[in-house]
Design a protein around this ligand. Structure first.
Ligand code: NAD
Ligand code: DAU
Length: 333
């Protein structure tokens, strides 16, 4: 198979490419990535010389480039996105461009070049925010996005479905919960807190720390995407989750314990605007229909992730840059 992966130089996409090339070593992968602040060529150093891997620096909104690249491709796996909620609160422009228009450009290229199989990577955030006693989100939960990020992802999901219904484009969608693992950009909770503690800094917990997320190790997410690509029903959406609902303060304390630090490092800071209270995923559809379930125990996955950041300080020290701080300060103006 020849596969076009978009956003393959980011966190989940780079883990996907490594996963896929190990498991399906005869497949050819083209990675189209614009290398925004979140894209990093170092994420894929170990495959960069593999003859079956090719990197193209480019924007998914570039119609001509995308149209040329999809020729001869059997499958598009679409990860590329602006992915950070806080950035979408500060400025949503790039989110609308990349997440909505970029998806539209890819869908048209897939449609106009023979109807290429298209897997779209989405998020649990499109479903909104759960109360503490609500049942977990599932594929039938109505969409209720509440941040510019989740609204842009919801719009993309609707477009993908529309191309299935209108143009019979062979699509599938996965909506996944919060990922963690190696190569995650430092603005996200888990890598930010681990690296702050390595550097002897405090960890900024938003609000009262009682917001809940459902955490999944990145390889489990990518194994779910693999199952959908191989066995999923065309036109269908699948919810993926880790079955690990934790409050932010619970996660923070686990990281502190693993790092051998004291809870004095916790700094409660101003809450995120419109902060969703709780996400949880009911993944019974993919479990029953495709036999997928998350395998990695959260405590083991977190310990592995802590070790990875401890052993890869070269990778993350380069990222702790002025640009990151500038955005961070803006959030708390
Ligand atoms: P990330 O921010 O780490 O990586 C995004 C990648 O997309 C980067 O390499 C970036 O350079 C690239 N990119 C951005 N704009 C582009 C453009 N216009 N053209 C080409 N490339 C572009 O994101 P991530 O956390 O790896 O998330 C990947 C996908 O998974 C996103 O679609 C996100 O919505 C979805 N998702 C993420 C999570 C999570 O917990 N991180 C959970 C569920 C779904
Ligand atoms: O649910 C899936 C989503 O998970 C993905 O679609 C997004 O791309 C991804 O960024 C992630 O979104 P979150 O907003 O849930 O992740 P983040 O790591 O930014 O925050 C996790 C929780 O921790 C959230 O409740 C906000 C809180 N938080 C975050 C940061 C960065 C803090 O308390 N302090 C922080 O410094």
């Amino acid at each position: 198979m020849k596969i076009l992966v978009t956003g393959g130089s980011g966190f989940i996409g780079s883990n996907f490419i490594r996963y896929w090339m190990k498991k399906y070593s005869g497949d050819k992968i083209i990675n189209l990535d614009a290398l925004t602040y979140a894209g990093n060529l170092e994420n894929l150093k170990e495959v960069e010389n593999n003859p079956n891997y090719k990197f193209i620096k480019g924007d998914i909104c570039d119609i001509k480039l995308v149209n040329d690249l999809v020729k001869g491709v059997d499958l598009i796996v679409h990860f590329a996105a602006e992915s950070h909620v806080d950035r979408s609160i500060a400025d949503s422009e790039d989110f609308i461009k990349t997440n909505i228009e970029g998806t539209r450009v890819l869908l048209d290229a897939a449609k106009n070049n023979g109807g290429i199989r298209f897997h779209h990577i989405s998020t649990d955030e499109v479903f909104g925010s759960l109360g503490l006693a609500d049942p977990a989100f599932n594929e039938k939960t109505p969409y209720d996005p509440r941040s510019p990020y989740s609204a842009s992802k919801a719009a993309a999901d609707h477009l993908v479905r529309a191309y299935f219904h209108t143009h019979k484009l062979p699509i599938t969608i996965s909506n996944c919960s919060n990922n963690y693992g190696p190569y995650q950009f430092l603005e996200k909770l888990i890598p930010l807190f681990i690296t702050n503690l390595i550097e002897g800094k405090k960890v900024p917990v938003y609000g009262d720390g009682k917001n809940i997320r459902d955490w999944i190790f990145v390889d489990d997410h990518n194994a779910g995407v693999d199952a959908i690509i191989q066995k999923g029903t065309i036109g269908e959406t699948y919810c993926l989750g880790g079955g690990n609902e934790l409050t932010n303060i619970e996660i923070t304390k686990k990281i502190i314990e693993l790092m051998g630090a004291s809870e004095e490092v916790i700094e409660y800071v101003k809450d995120r605007k419109g902060h969703d209270l709780r996400y949880a995923m009911d993944y019974s559809k993919i479990k029953n229909e495709l036999g997928w379930k998350p395998k990695i125990n959260f405590n083991e996955g977190l310990a592995k992730t802590v070790d990875w950041y401890k052993n890869n300080s070269d990778w993350w020290q380069k990222i702790k840059s002025g640009e990151y701080k500038k955005y961070y300060e803006k959030q708390y103006e």
